[in-house]
Design a protein around this ligand. Structure first.
Ligand SMILES: *[C@@H]1O[C@H](CO)[C@@H](O)[C@H](O)[C@H]1NC(C)=O
Ligand SMILES: *[C@@H]1O[C@H](CO)[C@@H](O)[C@H](O)[C@H]1NC(C)=O
Length: 593
């Protein structure tokens, strides 16, 4: 099922990785007993899968304009936090947003968690046949298994068409030898619906509310972005890079501080884990990330509302940052993460650009606006053709690529996204293939530790950060015919092991974490990793962990400690894609940044 208004960036032979795997499976075929012995919660989720599928299909089929014009979505007060800062910065966001100027409806009203689902008798609303074709309601998994396996009871079973009298429709008689995985899932879904005690209407109702909440959050961000009148440009700064060219991107190294034993403090020295607030005196980094984030949010808001103002502002921002005569950025990061006293930036500065895939994602939607400037994407492609040349050839970028920690992984994330934007699919595929060995084999141990990240002072943060990069790569691997999700290195290194290694510590609030860790155990991003892990690997332990950790993250959001967007869209699209390879992964990326 191709999303009707998505645009494929990939050739049609891109391999559907999950086709040959059991649905939601772990790579090995699952016995019916294992399948049906799973928990009710999982069944409920399976059941909602179908609903979400219908939901996504409907919402994408109508495309921009769904939900009327979006005018009904509330704008809500929130506290600022740039979710893409690696570590929350002590300096307040200087991007010019005035939070709080325009609240309308408390977001709580859109929180499905807090609004009890409507109470409707299942019999009133559900298709009778759906209820009744599962005979002998019961919660005994063994019994369920027997019935569903079609063990000759003649009363129906997996995927059968059964009429009100219990007669099996012609041509759908049980076939004991050839019961497909799909039959089992269909049967499990029916059983799960019954077992969960949640009616279809209740599910619809809460899905709708969760969706409204998610879109409200996006539109709130997008509206702030539309109203922002700051200039986002590298030419804003009042000091230039050592090149003296105002169009050269410049950012200061965040963990470098003046050496107090020297009269001018130069050269700066490293204090890992401690961010030097002086980085805020050069705003190129913050403006770049703000531009990318806002274009992404407005691109999504455009997708959901069809409002031209979002597309117009995106076009303006992209021209401003990359192309306009007065404000463009040169296509290089020669002066990223500059340590004062040095002539060239550090290789680590290359990381500054990694979220650029969000812009490319947004362009898929924005290009559909009739008034979208037709020359803009080609001109951006020209810019990125020059920039990717720099990524491929400059010494800084070459050293960054060799980085054995998150820097190397995010180099891959960045360059794959750009290759895909430029249509260089084979180059993207090469990166994905190499990542199996260069990233997973080398960065994850047999036990799932990420040793390079454990060495950092903020070891929890960086372990999650690198995991997100690995998962982002794995998502592209899906499209490129490279299965990173289920890949195991020679010692059994894998993405799943990296998730699993962190899991007990996450559940214990970090207690027992084996290495030093400054700045606590924030669960926001790890929770996203768990959501993805659940959808990909289908292991109930992730679901239990989500159940435990999500309320904490929600509480932090409510108290304004963190700002994030709902990952509901990400859940829907991951669920869809992890099992049926349905979309292009564009919404999916929300999980990962
Ligand atoms: C700071 O400067 C002093 C004096 O030049 C030098 O001895 C010391 O190594 C420097 N510290 C670092 C961490 O570079
Ligand atoms: C340069 O910019 C920084 C940050 O925007 C600002 O704090 C500082 O006052 C400016 N300096 C001058 C000389 O304008």
């Amino acid at each position: 099922m191709m999303r009707p208004n998505s645009v494929s960036v990939l050739p049609s032979h891109a391999a559907p990785q999950f086709k040959d795997k059991p649905l939601g499976g772990s790579g090995s075929p699952r016995s019916p007993g294992a399948l049906f012995g799973r928990l009710t919660l999982r069944r409920a989720i399976l059941a909602t899968g179908g609903l979400l599928f219908v939901y996504i299909v409907l919402s994408t089929a109508f495309g921009p304009g769904v939900g009327k014009d979006g005018a009904g979505y509330p704008v809500v007060k929130h506290k600022e936090r740039n979710p893409y800062d690696e570590i929350p910065n002590p300096i307040p966001d200087s991007s010019g947003h005035q939070a709080g100027a325009e609240e309308v409806v408390p977001i709580e009203q859109y929180r499905p968690h807090q609004v009890p689902p409507v109470q409707i008798e299942p019999a009133d609303v559900m298709n009778k046949a759906v209820v009744e074709d599962i005979p002998n309601e019961g919660s005994d998994p063994e019994a369920d298994q027997e019935r569903v396996a079609g063990s000759g009871s003649g009363t129906g079973g997996a995927g059968l068409m059964v009429d009100d009298e219990g007669n099996v429709a012609p041509g759908t008689e049980p076939n004991e030898e050839l019961e497909s995985e799909e039959d089992k899932v269909v049967a499990a879904t029916h059983l799960a619906r019954k077992a969960s005690g949640v009616s279809y209407a209740q599910m619809l109702s809460s899905t709708r509310r969760e969706r409204d909440y998610a879109i409200a959050l996006i539109i709130r961000e997008a509206n702030l972005a539309v109203r922002s009148t700051d200039v986002y440009s590298v030419t804003n700064k009042n000091q230039t890079a050592p090149s003296n060219d105002i169009h050269d991107y410049l950012s200061l190294s965040k963990y470098y501080w003046p050496n107090k034993s020297r009269p001018n403090g130069l050269p700066y020295r490293r204090i890992d884990g401690h961010v030097n607030p002086e980085i805020e005196t050069v705003r190129d980094y913050r403006l770049l990330r703000t531009m990318i984030r806002e274009v992404h949010m407005m691109g999504m808001a455009y997708h959901f509302t069809g409002r031209k103002e979002y597309a117009d502002k995106c076009a303006m921002r992209l021209k401003e940052w990359f192309l306009d005569e007065a404000t463009y950025m040169n296509p290089n990061i020669n002066y990223g993460s500059l340590r004062k006293g040095e002539k060239l930036g550090a290789r680590t500065g290359v990381l500054d650009m990694f979220t650029i895939f969000r812009v490319f994602d947004a362009l898929h939607y924005l290009k559909q606006e009739p008034s979208w400037p037709k020359d803009l994407v080609p001109r951006l492609q020209e810019w990125f053709t020059r920039y990717v040349k720099w990524l491929e050839t400059s010494t800084l970028a070459k050293v960054e690529r060799k980085g054995n920690n998150n820097h190397g992984t995010y180099f891959d994330v960045q360059i794959i996204a750009i290759y895909l934007f430029l249509g260089r699919v084979e180059d993207a595929r090469d990166i994905a293939r190499q990542a199996l060995h260069v990233r997973i084999d080398q960065q994850v141990t047999a036990k799932g530790e990420q040793p390079e990240e454990l060495e950092r002072k903020t070891s929890w943060y960086y372990s999650v950060f690198n995991l997100q990069a690995l998962m982002t790569l794995a998502r592209w691997g899906d499209d490129l015919g490279v299965d990173m999700w289920f890949y195991e290195g020679p010692q059994g290194q894998s993405i799943k092991k990296a998730v699993d290694f962190m899991l007990p510590y996450a559940l214990a609030d970090g207690v027992g974490w084996p290495v030093e860790n400054l700045k606590g155990f924030d669960m926001t991003d790890y929770l996203k990793c768990l959501q993805i892990a659940w959808h990909i690997y289908g292991d109930d332990k992730y679901l239990h962990a989500i159940d435990k950790l999500e309320p904490k993250v929600q509480r932090d959001m409510d108290e304004g400690k963190i700002k994030t967007i709902s990952t509901f869209m990400c859940d829907m699209s991951t669920l869809l894609e992890a099992t049926t390879r349905g979309g292009q992964g564009l919404i999916w990326h929300w999980c990962l940044t």
